[in-house]
Design a protein around this ligand. Structure first.
Ligand code: ATP
Length: 438
């Protein structure tokens, strides 16, 4: 894991937040390449959930919401504000008064000291720091979807079944954050809530579990590193009828990356009760009114970023390329899926002291830059530059050499096969587009 953290920092993927002040509260910043890659992860999710699927619309709700929402959702109820201890190993939390002895009843791990604890991050809205202006940063994005149920339904003229997808920040005052960006106090969630007739909930649960698993495999995650775990009845969250965790084999063990939940009608019926609004769905055909069941798919953007990063990380002993100067050295590669790689193309002039050649390389760079995330790199030997690009997962490297001015072509090197081919500059955009599509 240490190697992954250091690569992430060295190459501008992830930095410790407030690093010059010694870091802050287990928060992290995404650097230039990290920001690109995280956007790619979010785009891949949005594409899958709203384009590849039927009847799912987007929402972007506010982080700050009425504190009544958190009462209705159960986040402010006794269980969330009691003295809690957390197991340092499995992160299960227990009411201190329910605990017999000092060890975790689930895994026998060591527990933290008891603390009065509410996971919600409190803040004040308005100039006065008084009880009536207190609210919370949202602890999950889904509540914004439930309270907008009628708005979305009516404005989009939707019919059940349908889904609402949202990507956004969430905040939890985790007692034991850690493992780099795996568990942080500020993170981003990608959640989809699927509203359906109660009797179809089981069928849709299976569908979404399968669909979400395929998403990881289609984006290159190795099959053997993913498994599912049925959450046992006693461990289910207060709202859940059924939950399956999708887990990934991290260097620090198998851990949840995504949860698929059957939330029943808990959320809508509770919000109806607390708000006094009718949040039932009216079935035009049958004249029935009912609370739909909700199947939720919930994944962290940061946590899936880490999953893709870890899975793509490879060390190649002895080096891959003959052009590498130090062939005995270990080469690092990020075999990221093409949709996720932060840089798609590198443009490399063979030498940097020939003005004509540099001019051509810059022209190729300008040609590609508006269309693909492209880097220009002229520092060091060509072998070193290939390695630097492999290390950040760049898909294609284009070398502009002495033949370019005569033949009007360049060398295109593929990251994975290392195959090199000559391509005419005039055909470059088309050739690359074809590669990116397949
Ligand atoms: P965990 O048991 O790991 O704390 P959870 O069961 O509380 O997670 P959910 O509430 O189901 O998690 O949240 C859904 C998803 O949101 C998780 O699968 C994870 O990808 C992400 N997530 C939750 N908490 C965090 C966090 N503190 N940091 C980063 N991602 C998180």
């Amino acid at each position: 894991m240490q190697k992954i953290v250091s690569l992430a920092k060295r190459r501008g993927f992830v930095f410790l937040s407030s690093e010059i002040y010694g870091g802050f509260g287990s928060c992290y910043d995404f650097g230039p390449l990290g920001a690109e890659m995280k956007n790619n992860v979010k785009n891949a999710w949005r594409k899958e959930m709203t384009r590849a699927q039927e009847d799912i619309v987007l929402l972007d709700a506010a982080i700050l919401m009425s504190p009544k929402i958190w009462e209705a959702s159960g986040h402010l109820s006794a269980g969330f504000a009691d003295e809690l201890v957390e197991c340092k190993k499995c992160h299960h939390r227990f009411r201190k008064d329910f605990l017999k002895g000092d060890k975790c009843p689930d895994c026998g791990g060591e527990t933290t000291l008891p603390r009065k604890f509410n996971l919600m991050m409190k803040t004040f809205v308005g100039p006065l720091e008084e009880k009536s202006s207190e609210t919370y940063l949202r602890a999950e994005t889904c509540q914004g979807i439930y309270v907008n149920f009628n708005n979305v339904l009516n404005s989009m003229r939707l019919k059940i079944p349908f889904g609402v997808a949202q990507i956004g920040k969430a905040f939890r005052n985790e007692i034991t954050p850690g493992n780099f960006i795996f568990r942080t106090r500020e993170f981003e969630q990608m959640e989809m809530q699927w509203f359906c007739r109660p009797e179809t909930a089981d069928k849709f649960f299976e569908y979404w579990l399968k669909t979400r698993l395929e998403w990881y495999f289609n984006l290159g995650i190795k099959k053997e590193n993913i498994r599912t775990r049925e959450v046992q009845k006693g461990d289910l969250a207060h709202y859940a009828k059924r939950a399956v965790d999708i887990e990934y084999k991290f260097p620090f063990g198998w851990q949840e990356i995504e949860g698929i939940h059957n939330r029943g009608d808990w959320d809508l019926s509770n919000h109806a009760k607390y708000s006094g609004q009718d949040l039932r769905y009216s079935d035009e055909a049958s004249g029935e009114k009912y609370f739909p069941y909700i199947i939720e798919t919930s994944v962290g953007a940061d946590r899936s970023f880490l999953t893709f990063f870890v899975d793509a990380y490879a060390e190649i002993k002895g080096g891959r390329t003959k052009t590498t100067e130090a062939t005995k050295e270990e080469e690092i590669m990020l075999k990221l899926h093409k949709d996720l790689a932060p840089v798609k193309i590198a443009v490399l002039p063979l030498v940097k002291n020939k003005p004509e050649l540099v001019k051509q390389a810059k022209e190729v760079y300008q040609l590609l830059k508006p269309h693909f995330a492209t880097q220009y790199d002229d520092a060091g030997s060509i072998g070193r530059r290939y390695r630097r690009q492999d290390e950040i997962g760049t898909l294609l490297a284009i070398t502009v050499d002495f033949d370019t001015s005569k033949k009007k072509d360049v060398t295109l090197r593929d990251r994975d096969s290392m195959k090199q081919e000559r391509v005419k500059i005039k055909d470059l955009l088309k050739t690359i587009r074809e590669r990116m599509e397949n």
